[in-house]
Design a protein around this ligand. Structure first.
Ligand code: ATP
Length: 493
């Protein structure tokens, strides 16, 4: 209302001055500048009227809607019981729980856990991100932190909730070690304000507030944040294991029509290393593929292709020339043959379809998630990595740049052998050992495995060529087809 009145009055004044013969151009320029500044201040919340209502979410989300993560859920629920039974906790003289920190890789369900925590404790839910607080203007972040806590209290009262949960994603941006952002006092002031607000939380507050922070860079956090009395509960949220992946897939396939041939157990096995977000995307992509094919239901083949898509990216129309395609086919066949030779049944399929940045690839079927690796296992992995380049040199008598990633991976595995004390150097201290000695050992490990691979591929030369030619023709060979061909030739078994 006031805004409209001021606008009308300004226009009337300008008309009056023009009629009086005054030059109004400087005034117009000044007004334009003032307007821009006003818009900027309004948007950034410099005035302190930053409105966090946009982040408030109505949540009706329970822990049952989160697949896997049993230890994280358990730990979180235990911590939340302190909030639910605040009266008893106070009688025992226990200080209130003010903050919980969720740490883990991206897409593992930290936001979902915070939402479920809000439902569990009958709290209003406010979500924001650390980066929302950081502006170039000194004091804005601190002001926003104050405003956030104020909004949380107001929101809880308005929604007639017992309390509020403030969820701060990427809290490392806001709560990184003070002084680490050189020349940027703004970060420190913002963090200080958050600490002040958290210190001010008490048992008998009318609205109890719990701050839930999430980060995948726990090491970056200021120790003041993780000290007892602030975020003193740290809950780890890890990548899901096979059983958890299956239950996440079940959740995301609940609203999708699945064909009878679908085995989520198999898809869970094939999606090793996927986060919950990847699995959600997998289920979604499978439905899109089914729709594209005008299939009324999602088949196992759609889910399998979706695994590839999520892992490697969208199929690309770019088609290498025939010579390059043959080289790619030989390369991938090399990987697949060695993989089958070392672990029968390990290849899910191989293809020369270009996806994302990969010109072709072999998908393997991990038997079970592994948490520990033996020296033999790591050496076998190195052999599989080196097999692509080795096949190129055995069949085509030359190598290409296509093996760059494979070599990097092989070096990483060899380093793992050395640092775990499994090499001929024994247990070493990486900082002290001469670089040259370290490098010699690394080369020795790789050379030994390379020789083994060359030997196997030379003795299966015909099989290698035959499969590579078929792969070039078909673009895709399933694991079973591959094993049949190997069996018929009986060369490497
Ligand atoms: P970031 O660290 O990137 O913020 P996050 O750990 O907070 O990620 P969420 O935002 O909770 O991850 O999850 C992203 C999406 O992934 C969810 O919306 C959901 O669809 C899916 N998801 C992740 N974990 C799970 C899970 N355990 N169960 C079901 N769905 C999950």
């Amino acid at each position: 209302m006031i805004r409209e009145f001021c606008l009308g009055a300004s226009i009337a004044l300008l008309i009056f001055l023009t009629m009086m013969g005054q030059n109004v151009i400087p005034l117009l320029l000044l007004a334009g500048l003032g307007f821009m500044l006003y818009m900027l201040i309004d948007r950034k919340g410099l005035t302190g009227s930053a409105n966090f209502a946009g982040y408030t979410q109505q949540v009706n989300f329970s822990f049952d809607d989160i697949g896997g993560q049993a230890p994280a859920k358990q730990e979180l629920k235990e911590a939340l019981d302190f909030v639910l039974h605040a009266g008893k906790i106070k009688e025992m003289g226990i200080r209130p729980l003010k903050g919980i920190l969720l740490t883990g890789p991206p897409g593992t369900g930290k936001t979902l856990l915070a939402k479920a925590a809000a439902s569990y404790t009958h709290s209003a839910f406010l979500a924001t991100s650390g980066s929302e607080f950081i502006e170039v203007y000194a004091g804005v972040g601190a002001q926003r932190v104050r405003q956030l806590f104020k909004t949380a209290r107001e929101r809880a009262q308005k929604e007639k909730k017992d309390g509020a949960i403030i969820f701060v994603d990427e809290i490392d941006v806001l709560g990184s070690k003070r002084g680490s952002n050189t020349g940027h006092l703004e970060y420190d002031q913002t963090l200080n304000q958050l600490l002040v607000e958290m210190d001010g939380l008490k048992h008998d507050d009318k609205v109890r507030i719990l701050v839930v922070g999430a980060t995948n860079r726990e090491d970056m956090l200021d120790p003041a944040l993780t000290r007892p009395g602030r975020f003193d509960r740290i809950v780890r949220v890890d990548l899901p294991d096979k059983a958890a992946r299956k239950s996440i897939l079940e959740i995301h396939c609940r609203n999708k029509p699945l064909a009878d041939d679908v085995s989520l157990e198999d898809i869970a096995r094939e999606s090793f290393g996927f986060s919950g977000a990847h699995l959600e995307s997998l289920a979604n992509e499978a439905a899109i593929l089914a729709l594209r094919e005008k299939s009324p239901v999602i088949h196992q083949s759609h889910l399998k292709e979706a695994v590839d898509k999520v892992m490697m990216g969208e199929k690309i129309d770019r088609r290498p020339n025939d010579e390059e395609r043959y080289r790619i086919a030989v390369h991938e066949t090399g990987h697949a043959l060695i993989s089958e030779f070392l672990r029968k049944g390990s290849v899910s399929h191989l293809t020369v379809t270009t996806r994302g940045r990969a010109l072709g690839y072999v998908r393997s079927v991990p038997e079970d998630d592994l948490y520990l690796y033996t020296k033999e296992y790591l050496e076998e992995q190195i052999q599989i990595c080196l097999a692509g380049a080795a096949a190129e040199s055995v069949v085509l008598d030359s190598q290409s740049t296509g093996a760059n990633n494979d070599f990097q991976q092989a070096v990483k595995l060899a380093r793992q052998i050395i640092t775990a004390g499994l090499s001929s150097l024994g247990v070493i201290c990486e900082e002290i050992i001469p670089k040259e000695r370290y490098h010699q050992e690394l080369q020795k490990i790789i050379k030994e495995q390379e020789e083994k691979v060359h030997q196997i591929l030379h003795s299966s030369f015909e099989t290698l060529k035959e499969i590579a030619e078929l792969l070039m023709e078909q673009e895709y060979i399933s694991g079973d087809e591959l094993r049949d061909m190997i069996e018929q030739r009986r060369v490497i078994h």
